[in-house]
Design a protein around this ligand. Structure first.
Ligand code: SF4
Ligand code: SF4
Length: 66
């Protein structure tokens, strides 16, 4: 599973975009979007995000948070 952005928590700061070594993250409107086909699951973006908006437990989180 690739990194996943929790839209409610993303502040559009682009730290993750600048951190990703393979440019798998782009900004769409003011949200970061991960291209799962490019992501190598290095977790660098998750460590860079100061808002806890990046997770690897994507689908479970989404169900829980609605
Ligand atoms: S680092 Fe976090 S808050 Fe900033 S754009 Fe990326 S996901 Fe959003
Ligand atoms: S886990 Fe690594 S490769 Fe995947 S989006 Fe985050 S920084 Fe990029």
């Amino acid at each position: 599973m690739s990194a996943f952005i929790l839209e409610k928590l993303c502040r559009g700061c682009k730290r993750c975009v600048n951190t990703c070594p393979v440019q798998a993250i782009t900004m769409f409107s003011h949200l970061a979007i991960v291209d799962s086909a490019i992501c190598i699951e290095c977790e660098a973006c998750m460590e860079a995000c100061m808002h806890g908006a990046i997770t690897f437990a994507a689908l479970e989180e989404k169900k829980t948070n609605g």
